[in-house]
Design a protein around this ligand. Structure first.
Ligand SMILES: [Zn+2]
Ligand SMILES: [Zn+2]
Length: 335
């Protein structure tokens, strides 16, 4: 007598709709032509995941039900061995006008892993082969989950083009703010100050490359060449506009809740000749550059990972994100 061969089911953390998350069992994935099944190793969580869970994100950029997880690295069975890989979350079509200009972040067909297609908080994730980037095997897997948010920061900095000697202010002490302090160092600024809401973040900010840390009440104003808004609040965006010098630049990276408005003294922005850059996601080339920076050891961000949990501990991981206690960098789930 032979036993029927039953393939083990696969776990996936699913948001069925706003306010509803659960760990589900699913049959093993099948990849359509041109796509591959990757086994996620480490998956980072971020504030955007909470916005997806809470339904606070612009409905044009999310499709429920959805497996969470857009910051991740995984293992792909290669021809000779298992390969450590990361994958662009933005799945661009590759042939529309914007894609042909290299602006794949603005592809006319918006499709993103963990937003409109299933993400990596699962035993398996299916992605097109063309968005996969191989990493050096020596790269720390926790650090590899930071390629995605680093690509967001890298893309924004590439727009603002900081010059050597610039005075830089970063507003925001979450991962994007801390990664901004880390990556802007590649442009040789004379000073990088960071404003954060929680003084428990000071040590992480200094380790990331900030020269000083202060809370918003004590924030210096008005003489920065570049101000990076990475707090994701409209108030912080207003503060960023106030903090740049005349002729300076402001880079908006944070994503406030959908539709939130803030008063802006437009005459002041004009009179002060500010360059205001807003940056959405990242292009294929930014993602590739960041994967390269990590593979060559030019950046080493693994110190930013402060919380490591198992997939079954997902409620605690979300709680660490919602109600930070003490120093909190990136919260990751290890599979
Ligand atoms: Zn994120
Ligand atoms: Zn396209």
């Amino acid at each position: 007598m032979t036993n029927p061969v039953t393939k083990p089911s696969k776990r996936a953390l699913v948001v069925t709709g706003p306010g509803s998350v659960s760990l589900e069992e699913r049959p093993p994935a099948l990849a359509p032509p041109g796509e591959v099944v990757v086994s996620p190793s480490v998956v980072g969580l971020c504030g955007t995941d909470l916005e997806i869970i809470d339904g606070r994100i612009d409905p044009a950029y999310v499709r429920y039900p959805l497996v969470l997880g857009h910051e991740w690295c995984g293992v792909l069975d290669g021809p000779d061995a298992k390969q450590l890989v990361v994958a662009e979350g933005v799945v661009a079509c590759g042939h529309c006008e914007r894609c042909r200009q290299g602006r794949t972040n603005l592809c006319e067909t918006y499709d993103e892993v963990g937003f409109t297609r299933d993400g990596a908080l699962a035993d398996e994730v299916v992605v097109p082969r063309r968005v996969i980037h191989l990493l050096d095997q020596a790269v720390d897997r926790s650090a590899a989950t930071l390629v995605e948010p680093m690509a967001v920061v890298f893309q924004g900095l590439d727009r603002a083009r900081p010059k050597p000697g610039w005075r830089v202010l970063v507003i925001g002490d979450g991962t994007v703010g801390l990664l901004s302090a880390l990556l802007v160092r590649l442009y040789s600024p004379s000073v990088v100050d960071l404003v954060g809401a929680r003084s428990a973040q000071e040590d992480l900010a200094l380790e990331a490359g900030a020269d000083s840390f202060c809370t918003p009440e004590k924030a210096p104003r008005g003489d920065y060449d570049l101000v990076v808004e990475a707090a994701g609040s409209s108030r912080a965006a207003g503060m960023a506009l106030d903090s740049a010098r005349r002729g300076g630049a402001v880079l908006l990276l944070g994503l406030p809740p959908h539709g939130e408005k803030t008063p802006v003294a437009v005459d002041d922005v004009v009179n002060r000749d500010l360059a205001v850059h807003a940056s959405f996601s990242y292009t294929s080339s930014s993602f590739a550059e960041v994967a390269g920076l990590l593979s060559t050891g030019a950046v080493e961000p693994s110190f930013l990972v402060t919380h490591r949990l198992a997939l079954e501990e997902w409620p605690a991981a979300l709680e660490a994100l919602r109600q930070p206690v003490g120093a909190r960098g990136k919260v990751v789930i290890e599979l």
